[in-house]
Design a protein around this ligand. Sequence first.
Ligand code: MF3
Ligand code: CO
Length: 248
Amino acid sequence: MIPIRKGREIEKLRRAGKALIEVFDTVAPLIKPGITTLEINAEIEKKIASLGATAPCKGYHGYPAAACISTDDIVVHGIPSLKMLKEGEIVSVDIVLKLDGYCADATRTYAVGNISPEKRRLIEVTEQCFRNGVAKIRAGARLGDAQHAIQLTAELAGYGVVRAMTGHGIGTSMHEDPVIANYGAAGSGPLLKAGMCLAIEPMINMGDWDVVIDRDGWTCRTADGLPAAHYENTVLVTENGAEILTER
Ligand code: MF3
Ligand code: CO
């Protein structure tokens, strides 16, 4: 069952989204060679606490941090560590926060210093996958319409769409119905209704779509070792489109 949010619930989702935007405002200037992903995570935890919010990822099935910070060939679920960011890497920062009982979830992929044109294009196309997917969202559309647009955008650019990880509904829990694959057939899947809240999150590989999980049980890497990018926002389905809650 996909929850439909109304009135005060939507206001709370909007406030959670705005708070998460503020968290990302503190992350962007930190992304430089030499900072450790643990230091970035610490700043994120501090900012979330200062907003009176909590970080649902921390402790989720034993996950140890507030954020997932994933460099280069790490697709998602990179665990913050003492490893320093290096010039030329790309790094995705994935954060969920919960404010007054409602969650927001977003991811940005950043360049660390100067990056190759190939990595730059991967970041840009991944964001475009999100935009083309969201452009299909409105009451009366099918979820598959958005999924198909994401897949088409990635594959026309020559990239692999990660199969093992998906987006999801979001609300009072960070993961709710529906499961949102980043591939699918237009016209398929659940009918979208105003008030549904969705985390749309294309995870796109420069090479093949296949991934492997490290022995830590979390770190998800591309099987071929090529880089991956991730872009995510929490969006609310409306009568005429989608309201993006985690972007200005
Ligand atoms: N933002 C991720 C998601 O959308 C985070 C969940 S994994 C966790 O599913 F362990 F960090 F919580
Ligand atoms: Co998510």
